[in-house]
Design a protein around this ligand. Structure first.
Ligand code: GLU
Length: 310
């Protein structure tokens, strides 16, 4: 097992509903990785999208983590209380940020296609100023243009801090990941039309401010990672290590979520809690003999994780 002297991990659920088996897998993976590295494990409630946050859901998630004996370090951070930090960070990005007056339909009509995460790629309409008659709806960050080789084979670099739109990183599970921001994301939203700060900005600001060294989360977020690394570069903060674990899907192949009707993990007894923990461990392919108690479960799960992932 690799013994890192400095490890800070985190679990960062969005409280849009109760914790389900899919979010338990993400919680368990980040918890076990932190424990296997003798590191700290933080919990951050990502209620930045206040329109989708369900009152009481964050508190219920914390109560469930306590029941499952997943004790976090330090105080829980709530994104809804950190808007000033996000505003400050957006201010630091200066000329990289611009107001955009386009609505969803106008962006979809440009038919540049969709980013890997399903969002429409922005055609850059407001890059050089709001078009006449348009008012600001959102704030976007400019990504570097694709570098085009000239006749001599040299690449012309656009006038941005980061001089290439290609972001690469090494995921501990997936290996090398590469994404061209210009063609696979486009200029992306930092502040949304509904006035809330976007997840992409909030997550980068919080991970940096909390000193997070290691991010372990579901593979549905691997396509967001290059945008987050780009923001880290612009803000001059370190890039953590990443490990994206498989996401739990239902019989129709959809990621478990409130929208796809995922059932809440709501154990009434220690036996039920153990059942949920064992199911999550089995999903993560951790070979464990049936443990007799929750503490015995963790005692066995930590070395099993260390063998498999560190
Ligand atoms: N809040 C995000 C979610 O629940 C996770 C963010 C992250 O781990 O970076 O999907």
């Amino acid at each position: 097992m690799q013994n890192r002297t400095h490890y800070i991990g985190r679990f960062a659920p969005s409280p849009s509903g109760p914790l389900h088996q899919g979010s338990l897998v993400a919680a368990m993976a980040s918890y076990l990785d932190a424990k296997a590295h003798h590191g700290q494990w933080l919990v951050r409630i990502e209620d930045v999208d206040e329109g989708r946050s369900v009152p009481g859901a964050g508190e219920a998630m914390l109560a469930l983590l306590r029941t499952l004996r997943m004790d976090w370090d330090g105080d829980v951070v709530w994104q809804s209380q950190r808007k000033l930090l996000y505003q400050e960070a957006a201010g630091k990005l200066g000329a990289h940020v611009y107001p955009c007056g386009c609505n969803r339909r106008e962006i979809a009509d440009s038919r540049l296609g969709t980013a890997p995460d399903g969002s429409a790629i922005y055609p850059g309409t407001c890059r050089h100023g709001l078009a006449p008659g348009k008012t600001m709806r959102s704030l976007r960050v400019r990504v570097p243009d694709m570098r085009v080789p000239d006749a001599a084979g040299c690449t012309a670099s656009p006038a941005t801090t980061a001089n290439t739109d290609l972001i690469t990183f090494t995921d501990r599970a997936a290996g090398r990941v590469a994404q061209h921001l210009a063609t696979e994301s486009g200029d992306f939203v930092l502040k949304r039309a509904d006035g809330f700060w976007a997840y992409q900005l909030a997550v980068v600001v919080d991970d940096a401010q909390q000193g997070v060294t290691d991010i372990v989360r579901g593979a549905d977020l691997i396509d967001s990672t290059p945008r987050q690394i780009y923001l880290q570069q612009l803000l001059g903060v370190p890039t953590p290590r990443y490990l994206h674990v498989p996401v739990v899907r239902n019989a129709d192949g959809e990621k478990l979520s409130k929208q796809t009707g995922a059932l809440a993990v709501a154990p009434d007894s220690e036996a039920q809690a153990l059942g949920a923990l064992q199911a999550a461990a089995a999903f993560l392919q951790l070979p464990l003999a049936p443990p007799g108690s929750i503490s015995a479960f963790w005692q066995a799960a930590i070395p099993a994780w260390a063998k498999r992932f560190t």
